[in-house]
Design a protein around this ligand. Structure first.
Ligand SMILES: [Zn+2]
Length: 253
């Protein structure tokens, strides 16, 4: 069912949320746009201006590593100042109420953690851009440290003491999905009674697999997204209203 207006959408969401024991939210870029994080894939988004740097290219060349970090620091204003939006806060409220066993996200902005959901209960399919790690020894580096070295070192990306390359803790194009995250996400999708996809176009695998997985295992499927998705016909409720507007009533005060 496609909600015809905001009131119908909220009423539908309320009914499903109130009746549920285990709600698994799956979030994409749309939940963070009101927080000033651009949707990379959208028309006019970053990736239509700058071709994304493939993982193999990052590994192959110092120039590409420098360029990767230059772009990351150019985005720092957006990421450093972003605060959780209404959607994040609503989900954190449901989490605190004990209704959300875990959350799956395609976002790399750390805003679910910032909203109060424990990091251990968040599955980040594409990693996290608010810190960095060594690709060889997995040592964690803060961005402020990398930036300092980068600026002092003539805009040259620094390496780890072990000689490994330092990269934001994100999953790049051409880089393998983390197996553990995938497994946990599948488990959550299979074992919930309401699966809510929020702000994801659900076109990229593995994202596209989760709604099906949830539905096949008996969950009600809710899709909250501005644009139609391939799975709308399968969904129990489709909400095309603004995400913040639709979820704001579920923020506990
Ligand atoms: Zn290292």
């Amino acid at each position: 069912m496609i909600a015809t207006d905001l009131d119908t959408a909220i009423a539908g969401l309320r009914e499903l949320i109130e009746g549920a024991q285990r709600i698994v939210p799956f979030t994409g870029a749309g939940i963070s746009t009101e927080c000033g994080i651009p949707d990379f894939r959208s028309p006019g988004g970053l990736w239509t201006k700058n071709q994304p740097i493939q993982f193999d290219d990052f590994l192959a060349s110092q120039d590409m590593r420098n360029e990767t970090w230059r772009r990351r620091f150019a985005m720092e204003e957006n990421f450093a100042h972003a605060k959780p939006g209404r959607g994040h806060r609503a989900l954190a409220s449901l989490y605190r109420a004990g209704k959300v066993p875990g959350l799956i996200t395609q976002n790399i902005d750390n805003l679910h953690q910032a909203s109060g959901i424990a990091a251990d209960d968040i599955v980040e399919l594409h990693g996290n851009t608010t810190y960095a790690t060594c690709l060889d020894c997995a040592k964690r580096y803060e961005l402020s440290w990398v930036k300092e070295k980068f600026s002092r070192g003539n805009h040259c990306a620094p390496d780890c003491d072990c000689g490994g390359y330092i990269k934001t803790a994100t999953v790049s194009f051409g880089q393998a999905m983390p197996a553990e995250a995938m497994e946990r996400a599948e488990q959550l999708a299979r074992d919930c009674d309401v699966f809510i996809s929020i702000g994801s176009s659900l076109v990229v695998w593995p994202a596209a697999g989760f709604p099906l997985m949830a539905k096949r295992n008996g969950a009600a499927l809710v899709i909250v997204n501005r644009e139609p998705t391939e799975f709308d016909a399968l969904a129990d409720l489709v909400v095309r209203n603004d995400i913040g507007d639709a979820l704001a009533p579920f923020i506990a005060h």
